[in-house]
Design a protein around this ligand. Sequence first.
Ligand code: SAH
Ligand code: DHB
Ligand code: MG
Length: 212
Amino acid sequence: MEKESIDAYVRQWFAPEDEVLKQVKERIHQAGMPQISIQPEEGRFLQVLVKATQARLVLEIGTLGGYSGIYLARALDEQGKLITLEKSAKHAALAKESFLHAGVAHRVELILGDAHATLPALRRRAPFDLVFIDADKPSYPQYLAWSLELLKVGGVVAVHNALRRGSVLGVSPADAYTEMMIAFNQSFAKEKRLLPTLCPLGDGMLIGVKLH
Ligand code: SAH
Ligand code: DHB
Ligand code: MG
């Protein structure tokens, strides 16, 4: 079975991408920003996590153009809130437009700045129901530690790019972050405070339920 055809099958039936989302990816492209938003089937997967945790408060680390944020915010109730962290002012500006276009801006709080500097203030907003980590890969261990601190028991942490296009299992060439992600996946798998798994959809999503 080909990974691409499996993803395409999931996308066809479980992850329609509407005009608003297509336009976000187009504007990211036009702005010359990295085209590293999640895939629609990964967005749907995040929405399932929002609903399954009955999330009222979601944290995202790494906003880019707001593509994944729209999926998260759309799955929240009217009283729900997404807090999303982004260090690039250019990315944050485009993301704000995206949230307005999608009609979810009232449910999204975008915090501009390096996540290492902006995370400590979120202690007073905790507990979070769901954390989605999708920013700089070398900081993943620190973002996981923050997630464990900020999540409620029963809350879920999701981490993007666990497969690094298959390089972590040696079926595609290693890149600068492959070794790092191999080590991170192993520590995630062994984390005693989590019930962990790796969902191979898209570029791979680590999922962990906070146990205690
Ligand atoms: N989740 C987005 C994609 C995020 S790409 C989506 O799927 O739509 C990663 C983003 O993390 C980039 O916009 C980058 O600027 C941001 N980023 C990288 N390091 C960061 C840091 N230390 N703090 C906050 N944001 C960071
Ligand atoms: C890349 C993809 C991502 O989803 C990400 O968060 C960072 C980098 C990449 O393909 O380089
Ligand atoms: Mg990613």
